[in-house]
Structures are given as C-alpha cells and as structure tokens.
Ligand binder design. Structure first.
Ligand code: ADP
Ligand code: MG
Ligand code: MG
Ligand code: MG
Ligand code: MG
Ligand code: MG
Length: 694
C-alpha cells in the first residue's frame, strides 16, 4: 500500500464533497502520464515480489499467542540498521547460513494496514536473467532473518495469511487494547490494531461511514461432526450500545452459520504474495494484464492458505472474499437494496474484487469476453478520450473512477500538480483488483507495470519463491509463445468464487481456454483442442470469430490446467513452461533448481502435496484439544503457530525440506507436537530426530 503524504485527512462528509475534484485532478494527472509515457519503449523486463508477514508474540511456555503491535518500532529499528549498512558496516545482519545474494541490495521493509504486519520486497527489482531466479529464495530467507533480528526474542515474523485468533473475545494483541474504538467501531477488534498513520484509520472509518454501517465480513463456518446446526457465532454480542453501528448485529448482520466479522482489519489484516512485472512498452503491459487475468483464480486456489477466522474453522480456503467485504464501501443504493436516489449507479462488485476489464490491443480480444455489466463513468471516459486515450483503456480507467476517493487530505486540494500522480493514485490504489495496471510514476524512469495480486502467502520461503518464479516463467512463456488465455471475464469472476471452496484445487473445476496457442495445433479435434473447421487447411488465429465463444473454453481441473490433460489434448502450463525453458539457454544447475519449484506447483495441482489450507485443517483435526466443533482454541493456535515458526526458523537455518516446503514439516510433527499424536499426513513415518523446535 503506497503511503500518501501526511496532512489533514477529511472525515467522510467533507471528503465526499471533494470527490469530484479528486477524480477530475486524477484524470488530468493520468492524461499527463499517458501522454508522457505512452510511447515509452524498450523498458527492461524487471519484476519484483512482495511478501507480507504477521508478527506474533510466541513462547513455548505461554499458551496465549498474541499479535505484536510493534510494527512502527520494528520498522524504525530496520531503518536505523539500513543506514548503518549504507556506511559499509553491516551489523549482526548477515552472519549465519543465509547469504546476502550477490550484487543485490538489502531487502526493503514496508508498513502495512495491520499494526501487526510487515511487508518486504527485494532491495531492487529482479532482472531478466534466469540465474537471478535462484536469488529469490535466499533473498526471501534473508528478509525473514533480518526481520527477526530486529524483533524482540519473543516476536516472530510468520507468513500465515491470517492470525487464527484475530477478533476472539479476550486478549489477542500485545499490548492489550479493548475493542470498540471510534474509528472501526468493531465489537471484536480495537482501533489500535490498524497502523496508526492517519491514512489507515481514516480509510477504515470512511469506508464504514460511506456504507452507513460497519463492513460485514461473514464467512461460512465449517460444519464438523460436533458443530451445531444451525450454528450461531457465540462471540457476537447483541447487547452493545456504544455506537449506532452496534445496531448492525441486531439488524441481521450476523446470520446463522456464518463467522461474523465487522472491521477492515479482518480482511486487510491478511497477508499475500504479489508479483509486479515491468513490460517493455504499454502494448506488452496491456497484453500481460489481460493474459494473466484468467490465471488469477487458478493461482488463488493453488495457494489456498486461509481456513481459519476468528477462532473458527471456515468453510472456505482462501482470503479473497473476506478482504473484498472488509473494504466494501458500497451504499445500500449502490448495492441494490434501495432505489437509486443519491448515488449514481448500482455497482455489482466491491472495490476489492476480481478485475472487470480487459485492456489489450490484441486482435484476439473479442467483444464477447468483456463484462456486459461493466459500470463506467461516461464523463470520465469522454475526458480521457478527448485527451487522446483509446476506448479500451479509457473504459478501464472510467470503471476504476466510478469509486469515490476514501482518504482525502485537505492540503492536497489547494493546487493541482501535474508532475505528481497523487490524485490518480488515490483512486487507482484503492481499487484492489486481482490485476493492477500500473502506469509509470511521475518521478523516475520506470515503465508500464502489471501486478498479479491474488496469491496467498505460503508458510515457507521455498514455497513463496516457487510460486513467484512460476509466475515469472508462465509470463515469459506467455510472451514468448504469444499464448492466448482469454475467456469471458464473467467466467473469471465465476472461477474466483469457485476458488474459495474447501480443497477447491482438487474438488472444483475451472473455466479455462482449450487452445492457448496462436496457431491451430496440428492435433485438432481432441478433447481440448480447437475444433477443426471443415474446408480450411490453413492455420487460423485462436479466438477466431468463427468459433462460438462458449466453445473456446472448457471446464477443467487444476491438475489438467497445470499438468495437462490425460489424453494430451490440453498441454498444461508446466509442460508449456518446460518447453519454453527448452527453447532458451538455461544452465543445468539453474534448470535443476527451477525444476524443484515446478515440481512443487505440479504436485499441488495433482493433489500429491496438500495446499497450506489442507495442511492447517489436518493439523487442527489431529490436535488432541480439537473437539470437532470448528473451534480453534488457545492451545491449537499455540501449537499451530509454534509449528509455523519452527519451520520458518529451520528453513532459514538452511533446510529446504527436500523441496517440499511446508510438506516437509508433517514428517517432523509427531515429535514436534509431543502429545499431539499421529499426524494424518505422516502415514506412520517417524519424525526427523534433530527437530528440536519445542
Ligand atoms: P505496491 O505495494 O504498490 O504494489 P511496491 O512498491 O511494494 O508496490 O513494489 C512492488 C514490487 O514491484 C516490488 O517487488 C518492487 O521490487 C517491484 N518493482 C519496483 N520497480 C519495478 C519495476 N520498474 N519493474 C518491475 N518491478 C518493480
Ligand atoms: Mg502489501
Ligand atoms: Mg507493496
Ligand atoms: Mg506502493
Ligand atoms: Mg456475507
Ligand atoms: Mg503490491
């Protein structure tokens, strides 16, 4: 999340009055960038990852695990050491088995929404070289190690998407603050859970204010054998009378069979893995934006890691919809609950949602792929087109600009500075879609970039590196082979929903394009191949208007999408990546390491290895304190977090668990968990003797 300049943040009624001005100035800034950068050519093929961490306070002895709220102090300590490092005196940072990647600057740490979160990126973006792909995992390990070294001994950076007990009654933060502050008005979490920078509490408060009630983050509870039906969230308090919003639950905000959450922190407090690519020019950027979009739900399901909310097992495996609801600022009119009177339009999606536009100039983009329900601001579109922008891109931004700016600083509205992008970024960076098309910033020599945002963070850096590198390789293969992943955008939306199911990676099917290649393959008429057209011997572009759109895609399993179909009709992304690697010069050592990453993805897709979500579910199910009633108590949380910390520390001590990531851990769990009994994944195998985390 980019930080806006400090200043006087307006409360919602005032901010709303300035919304048109922010949009107008934002559009002017966008046109300025467009005119400056639309002809930019030959930018380097750079990319970068973002890893987010929760900071927990954990000790073996104390059963309670807490979220540490010392983000600011940790970042200060990191910044101070970074200054020392510049002077050539790297303190205790770099001893031990994690090596600083050669010729790469030290990683950079950033604040995040949760005051219990950190984000870390490489010190500079990664380049085009294949060898550099091997620096990603050591760099991620280094980040974890550096972060840890700037924490108290009881604090640990962990890469779980969500803290299992955020919002449970009683203490879950260190230090303790009582809930129900004036900004969030949550009955479960205190205002102090958010980064105190004025931007963040204002964002949360103004989203609530704009909605006219608190956000409603309801996630279906997982019904285990002892979970009552109907299930009523026992943590909901119906008798609070501190804020008008306390009426929400009395007005039905907490339906049966849903875990009820009521604050931005339940969504924006989750950790993800994001990848940003720089394109060589705007045309390639627009192509990458479109082509990576259908991969979003597939990668979300493959990285599923979020089975627990507020102390209960959920009946979903991923974080996406919860974040979407946690920042859903739509009014009852926009939601269609009331007739339109004051608002301009009904809006089908939250401002955090799967993306709704395709933007490429690729002739393979058929009009039928576009979202028929797309809401745009026609005046904004007209202004952009008057400024020289083409219809498709103007449509994209006119869609993003249906939203109000949520955080508006009085000081920024005095004078329009066309050398800045602050007003544009204000709207752009609060449209949290699963792809983001990032125009060059005003200041420095950066190109057009595309961000891939749906992936869930993984417990180990091996896994996070594997998914990052996989996305890089898929993108390179896509560009090199001119692959075509287009399906109707509505089908991407539907896939996004499907990705939420428990074990969706194995149990769901996903719409996916049958023929990815620009030329018709010689093997036509197969289950997944494009149908041959009688009388035509010439290869045709896939996506030819001749073929009905609905015949261009099929319902596939993720195993088929990633590994290929059994009958060979659909090649699979990994075999495509392999043939891409065959077509370029990669040395043996690099290729071997890349193979371990591809193998992880492949096995996730086939079910040979579990997702993180499944791993967590199995851990819970095998825990002696678990009563099969969907409740995640202090003891289970303690042991789960203990296991996650242990694997992280063990990994940064140089073990990569035989390329299995988190799956290397279960073999060790029997010993680790002491009395916890047999882990369901070990099949009776004994633990590794030197595992001494507990
Ligand atoms: P945001 O939080 O807005 O998504 P960040 O500033 O955290 O963006 O950076 C996202 C990623 O983009 C980082 O990994 C960074 O290294 C990478 N990055 C920065 N500049 C470029 C660039 N020119 N091309 C590609 N990636 C870049
Ligand atoms: Mg972030
Ligand atoms: Mg970032
Ligand atoms: Mg940023
Ligand atoms: Mg709901
Ligand atoms: Mg990002």
């Amino acid at each position: 999340m980019g930080l806006l300049a400090l200043g006087t943040a307006l409360e919602w009624p005032e901010a709303k009055k300035r919304a048109d001005q922010v949009r107008e100035w934002g559009i002017k800034q966008l046109l300025e960038i467009w005119n400056k950068a639309k002809g930019k050519e030959r930018d380097a093929m750079l990319w970068g990852d973002e890893v987010e961490y929760l900071v927990v306070t954990y000790s073996k002895e104390e059963e309670k695990v807490l979220l540490s709220l010392r983000q600011a102090q940790i970042l200060e300590a990191l910044a101070a050491d970074k200054e020392l490092a510049k002077e050539g005196c790297v303190p205790a940072l770099l001893d031990g088995p994690v090596e600083k990647p050669k010729s790469h600057p030290l990683p950079v740490f950033h604040p995040e929404f949760g005051r219990f979160m950190l984000e870390a990126t490489p010190g500079k973006p990664w380049g085009i070289g294949f060898k550099e792909l091997l620096d990603v995992e050591p760099d991620m390990k280094l980040r974890r190690k550096i972060a840890k070294e700037h924490m108290l001994s009881k604090e640990h950076p962990i890469t779980l998407t969500t803290f299992p007990q955020i919002g449970v009654p009683g203490q879950f933060t260190d230090p303790y603050y009582p809930p129900s502050g004036s900004k969030l008005r949550s009955q479960f979490v205190p205002d102090e859970i958010a980064n105190p920078h004025i931007r963040f509490p204002t964002l949360a408060a103004n989203i609530r204010w704009r909605r006219g009630r608190k956000v409603q983050v309801n996630v279906p509870v997982f019904h285990d054998k002892n979970t009552p039906t109907p299930w009523k969230d026992p943590t909901v308090n119906y008798d609070l009378h501190n804020w008008p919003e306390d009426d929400d639950v009395r007005n039905g905000a907490a339906p049966d069979d849903f875990i009820h959450m009521d604050a931005m922190a339940f969504g924006m407090g989750s950790c993800c893995l994001q990848i940003t690519f720089q394109a060589k020019n705007i045309t390639e950027g627009r192509q990458m934006y479109d082509q990576l979009s259908p991969l979003g739900p597939i990668m979300l399901a493959l990285t599923a890691a979020t089975p627990i909310y507020k102390g209960f097992l959920a009946n979903t495996d991923v974080r996406w919809n919860q974040i979407s609801r946690a920042v859903d600022c739509r009014t009852p009119e926009e939601l269609g609950e009331k007739p339109l009177q004051n608002d301009r339009w009904r809006i089908p999606k939250s401002r955090y949602a799967s993306n709704s536009t395709y933007i490429s100039t690729d002739p393979r983009l058929r009009p039928e792929y576009m979202d028929p329900d797309l809401v745009i601001d026609p005046k904004i579109k007209a202004k952009l087109m008057e400024g020289g922008m083409d219809d498709l891109l103007a449509t994209h931004f006119a869609h993003l600009f249906i939203r109000d700016p949520i955080v508006v600083f009085e000081e920024d509205l005095q004078e329009l500075d066309l050398n800045k992008t602050d007003h544009f970024e204000n709207i752009q960076s609060t449209n949290w879609q699963h792809m983001r098309f990032k125009p060059p910033p005003a200041e420095n020599n950066i190109g057009w970039r595309v961000e891939f945002r749906p992936m869930e963070i993984q417990v180990t850096d091996f896994e996070n590196a594997a998914f990052s590198v996989f996305m890089v390789l898929v993108t390179r293969a896509m560009l090199s082979f001119d692959l075509n992943f287009y399906i109707p955008i509505k089908k991407v939306d539907e896939n996004m929903e499907r990705a939420h199911g428990v074990d969706a990676v194995l149990k769901e099917r996903f719409y996916f394009r049958r023929n990815l290649f620009p030329l018709r393959p010689s093997r036509a008429n197969t289950a997944f191949g494009e149908e041959s057209r009688p009388g035509s011997a010439m290869p045709s572009r896939s996506g030819s208007p001749g073929l009905p759109v609905d015949d261009e895609y099929a319902d596939m399993s993720i195993d088929e999408i990633i590994n290929g179909s059994a009958d060979g009709g659909f090649p699979g992304l990994i075999p495509i990546v392999e043939s891409y690697l065959d077509s370029v010069n990669v040395d043996v050592e690099t290729r071997c390491q890349l193979a371990t990453y591809l193998s992880l993805i492949s096995k996730r897709a086939s079910g040979e290895l579990d997702t993180t979500a499944r791993w967590i579910r199995n851990f819970v199910a095998a825990h002696p304190r678990y009563k099969h009633d969907s409740v995640i108590d202090d003891a289970i949380t303690h042991d789960l977090i203990g296991a996650v910390i242990a694997i992280g520390e063990r990994e940064s001590a140089g073990k990569n668990f035989a390329g299995l990531g988190i799956h290397g851990l279960p073999r060790l769990l029997g010993r680790f968990r002491g009395g916890c009994g047999q882990d369901p994944m070990t099949n009776g195998e004994d633990g590794n003797g030197d595992f001494v985390a507990q």
